[in-house]
Design a protein around this ligand. Structure first.
Ligand SMILES: [Zn+2]
Length: 510
C-alpha cells in the first residue's frame, strides 16, 4: 500500500468505528427501553436515542469522510487489493463507499419528511387497526408510498424504485431473479398446503397447548440456547413482548423471547430463532467490528440463520429425540405421555390461517409472497391504495383459501408498510429458502448430522455455518454466499424438498 492510500484507509476505518460506537450506544438504550425501562422514562429516552441517531447520521454523511472514501475507491483498482475483491481491504472500501453514496443520495428534506410520515403513519395505522377501518389509514399509506417511490427513484437514478428499496435490506439482490424464485415456490406450496388439509393423518396440536409453567420454559430455553451454541459469556437472553436480537458490541449480543404458558412453541422456537440470529452476530469477526468484514451481509442471510435453527433443526425428529427428556424434566409430568414422534408431528402442523406471525413454516411463505406481489404493484402504481383491501382478500382466497371478516386481521395486520418498510417482507422468505439450502449442504458435508443432533451435539453444524457464512461478513453478497457455500444459486427446491419429505412422513399420502 502506498503511504496516502494507507493513511486514508486508516482514517476511514477509524471514522466507521466511531460511527459504530454511536450506533451501538443508541441500540443499548433501545434494548433497555424494550426490556426494563420505567414507563415514564420514555419521553427523555426518545430524545436520547434520536440525538444519538442524528449524530450517527451526521458522521456517516460527513463530507471529508466522503472525499477520502471517494479517493480510496478511485485508487483501489491500482492497488494489489483489486486482485482480491472479496478481501478485507477491498470489501471495506467498496462497502463503506456504497453506504456513503446511499446515505448521500437522499436529500435531507426527503429523509425528514419520510421519518415524520412514518412516525405518524404507525400511529394512524395502530388506531385504524383497532377501529378496523382501512379508510382511516389509506391517506397516510398513500403519502408513504409516494415518498418511498421518490426515494427509490433517486437511489436507482431513474431505474426501478422497488429494486433500489430491496437493495437496502438485501444488497446486490436482483428483483427479477427474486421474482422467478418466488414464483417457482408459489404454486407447489399452494398445492402442498391444500393436500395436507385432507391428509389421512393429522397432528394433535393440543399437546403444545397444555399448561407449561413459565419457570420451566425459561429453564428449557436456556438449555436449548446454550447447547446449540449461543455464548452466554458474550450475550444474554431476556424477555419482551416482541422478541428480537440486537448486537451491542463485539462481545455483547442480546436476544429476547416471549413465553406463553399455554403455547410451548412461542417461547421455545422464539428462543431458537433469536439464538440463531445471535450466533450469527457472535460468529462475525470481532477485530472488524463496525466495518464491512465484521458486519452481517443482509437481512435475508440473517434470517436464514434464525430459521435454520428454528425450523431445520428445531422441527426435526432427531432434535426432539434429544430434547424431549429434558422438556419432561422441566415440566414435571406435563409431557410424560408424549413420544418424540408425537411432539414432532405437533410442531409441524400445517393450517392455512389469516395471521402471518402465527403461521406455520409452509403457509408462512405464502403470506410473504402475497405481500411481495402487492407491494410491487403498489410501488409501480399498478395497484391503487383504495383497491388494496380487495386485492389482499383476493390473494388470501386464492393462495390460502381463507378470508378475513375484518381489515384488522387482514390488510391492517402488519406494521411494516406504515413504517415505510417496502422491500423488507421478501427477506423473510429469502431466509427460509437460504436456510433450507444451507442445511442441505451442511448435511452433505458433515455426513451424520442427524446422529449428532440426536445426541445434542450441534458444534459441527455451528462450525459449518461459521466457516461458510459468519466469518465472511459483508465480503460477498447474500447471493454469492449462498452460491459459494452450496454450489448452486438460491432456489426454491431445497425448501420444497425439505417440506415435502417431512410432511410425507408425518401426514402420510401427502
Ligand atoms: Zn428473525
Amino acid at each position: 500500500m502506498n503511504q496516502s492510500f494507507e493513511n486514508h484507509f486508516a482514517h476511514v476505518c477509524e471514522h466507521a468505528r466511531q460511527s459504530a460506537i454511536l450506533q451501538s450506544v443508541a441500540d443499548a438504550l433501545e434494548w433497555d427501553e424494550r426490556t426494563g425501562m420505567p414507563h415514564d422514562a420514555s419521553d427523555y429516552r426518545a430524545v436520547q436515542v434520536s440525538t444519538l441517531r442524528a449524530m450517527h447520521h451526521k458522521q456517516q454523511t460527513d463530507a471529508a469522510y466522503g472525499e477520502r472514501l471517494q479517493q480510496l475507491f478511485g485508487d483501489l483498482p491500482q492497488t494489489e487489493h483489486s486482485d482480491d475483491p472479496h478481501g478485507d481491504v477491498a470489501c471495506t472500501i467498496v462497502g463503506l463507499h456504497r453506504d456513503y453514496q446511499r446515505n448521500c443520495k437522499l436529500p435531507v428534506d426527503l429523509v425528514r419528511q419520510t421519518s415524520e410520515a412514518t412516525v405518524r403513519g404507525q400511529q394512524v395505522w395502530d388506531l385504524a387497526r383497532k377501529a378496523n377501518d382501512f379508510a382511516a389509514f389509506a391517506p397516510a399509506l398513500k403519502q408513504i408510498i409516494a415518498l418511498k417511490r421518490e426515494a427509490g427513484s433517486l437511489l436507482s437514478e431513474g431505474g426501478d424504485p422497488y429494486q433500489a428499496l430491496i437493495d437496502e435490506y438485501e444488497p446486490g439482490a436482483d428483483v427479477d431473479a427474486l421474482r422467478g424464485v418466488f414464483e417457482s415456490l408459489r404454486e407447489p406450496l399452494i398445492q402442498l398446503v391444500a393436500r395436507l388439509k385432507d391428509a389421512p393423518r393429522q397432528p394433535d396440536v393440543s399437546l403444545l397447548q397444555r399448561a407449561f409453567p413459565i419457570e420451566g420454559q425459561r429453564r428449557l430455553s436456556r438449555i436449548v440456547a446454550e447447547t446449540i451454541g449461543f455464548d452466554f459469556n458474550r450475550g444474554r437472553l431476556d424477555e419482551t413482548s416482541h422478541p428480537f436480537c440486537t448486537n451491542l458490541g463485539p462481545n455483547d449480543c442480546r436476544i429476547l423471547t416471549r413465553y406463553d404458558s399455554h403455547w410451548l412453541p412461542a417461547g421455545l422456537f422464539g428462543t431458537m430463532h433469536e439464538a440463531g440470529h445471535g450466533m450469527y452476530d457472535q460468529g462475525l469477526r470481532t477485530d472488524w467490528y463496525g466495518l464491512p468484514p465484521g458486519s452481517y451481509v443482509s437481512l435475508g442471510i440473517h434470517e436464514s440463520q434464525s430459521r435454520l435453527w428454528e425450523n431445520q433443526v428445531g422441527r426435526s425428529l432427531p432434535f426432539w429425540k434429544w430434547l424431549l427428556p429434558k422438556a419432561k424434566a422441566c415440566f414435571g409430568g406435563v409431557l410424560d405421555d408424549c413420544t418424540p414422534e408425537m411432539i414432532h408431528f405437533a410442531v409441524n402442523a400445517v393450517r392455512p390461517s389469516l395471521i402471518r406471525v402465527e403461521a406455520d413454516e409452509a403457509t408462512y411463505n405464502l403470506h410473504i409472497i402475497i405481500r411481495f406481489e402487492l407491494e410491487q404493484a403498489l410501488m409501480s402504481g399498478a395497484l391503487q391504495v383504495h383497491d388494496l383491501p380487495g386485492a389482499w382478500d383476493d390473494a388470501y382466497e386464492r393462495y390460502l383459501g381463507v378470508s378475513s371478516p375484518t381489515a384488522a386481521n387482514g390488510v391492517l395486520q402488519d406494521v411494516h408498510w406504515s413504517a415505510g418498510l417496502f422491500g423488507y417482507f421478501p427477506t423473510y422468505t429469502l431466509g427460509n429458502l437460504a436456510a433450507a439450502q444451507f442445511f442441505d449442504s451442511a448435511k452433505t458435508d458433515l455426513g451424520s448430522l442427524d446422529e449428532s443432533i440426536e445426541q445434542g451435539n450441534f458444534a459441527n453444524l455451528l462450525e459449518w455455518l461459521r466457516q461458510h457464512v459468519h466469518r465472511h461478513g459483508r465480503c460477498f453478497t447474500g447471493g454469492e454466499l449462498v452460491e459459494k457455500a452450496t454450489n448452486s444459486k438460491l432456489s426454491a427446491e431445497p425448501l420444497l424438498t425439505s417440506l415435502r419429505s417431512r410432511y410425507q412422513d408425518l401426514y402420510g399420502g401427502a
